[in-house]
Ligand binder design. Structure first.
Ligand SMILES: Nc1nc2c(ncn2[C@@H]2O[C@H](COP(=O)(O)OP(=O)(O)O)[C@@H](O)[C@H]2O)c(=O)[nH]1
Ligand SMILES: [Mg+2]
Length: 205
């Protein structure tokens, strides 16, 4: 029996946006299942959302990740609803596709901030596995450098700690990215001391 019933805090809403083909659904699937799903295994429903418990710095939080699954094609009408109450917006581009990076600035950033201006903005360069060119005859397919993404972030008031390069194919950087997102949108988690810190212990001798 518990006297004061504590309700669990609501899940943090996090949304994925970006041009078709940058890998949003693949990131979503990786979040959901912890592994890469090739295109033929991706579900192409109208909208997908998945809530997952995320344990960071010893604190468990719930995060719901939303995948547009096509909403990106109906920018004006659908996006305000999609963004409503989002705590973080993940602007995804593909490091091998200049247009997808350019459209972050010319389309996605303004659209998202118009609809959810208190959300944290996260800049995500996906497909970083294409950097080493293993699958493309040894040539790197990268066309957007990390420095360029950083410059873009600085110029657009995006926190530098919210700029990531990941691969939803190899999983490179994915968990670390979600850890950082949970921390930045959740002040409770942010203020937790690291596990090996013992702030209230009296100092001995
Ligand atoms: N090499 C590579 N391919 C990826 C990666 N993420 C997604 N893809 C591929 O990119 C294509 C488009 O991915 P998808 O998730 O459908 O993109 P969406 O339209 O943004 O949802 C698919 O063929 C994926 O398998 C990645 O990190 N590396
Ligand atoms: Mg998709």
């Amino acid at each position: 029996m518990s006297a004061g019933r504590e309700s669990a805090p609501p899940a943090d809403k996090v949304v994925l946006v970006g041009n078709p083909g940058v890998g949003k659904s693949t990131i979503y699937q990786y979040f959901k299942t912890g592994r890469f799903a090739p295109e033929d295994q991706l579900s192409h429903r109208d909208k997908a959302e998945h809530t997952k418990k995320w344990n960071v710095s010893g604190v468990e939080r719930s995060m719901t990740l939303y995948d547009t699954a096509g909403v990106e094609r109906h920018t004006q009408t659908m996006l305000p609803t999609y963004f409503r109450r989002a705590k973080a917006i993940m602007l995804v581009y593909s490091i091998d596709n200049m247009e997808s990076f350019g459209d972050i600035g010319s389309n996605w950033l303004d659209n998202s901030l118009n609809s959810a201006n208190s959300a944290r903005v996260v800049l995500v360069g996906n497909k970083v596995d294409l950097e080493d060119g293993q699958e493309v005859g040894g040539e790197s397919k990268r066309v957007i450098s990390r420095e360029r993404a950083m410059q873009y972030a600085v110029m657009n008031d995006i926190d530098r700690s919210m700029v990531f390069e990941i691969s939803a194919k190899t999983g490179h950087g994915v968990t670390e990215m979600f850890d950082a997102i949970v921390k930045t949108i959740d002040p409770v988690v942010q203020s937790q001391p690291a596990v090996d810190e013992k702030p209230n212990q009296p100092s001995c001798c």
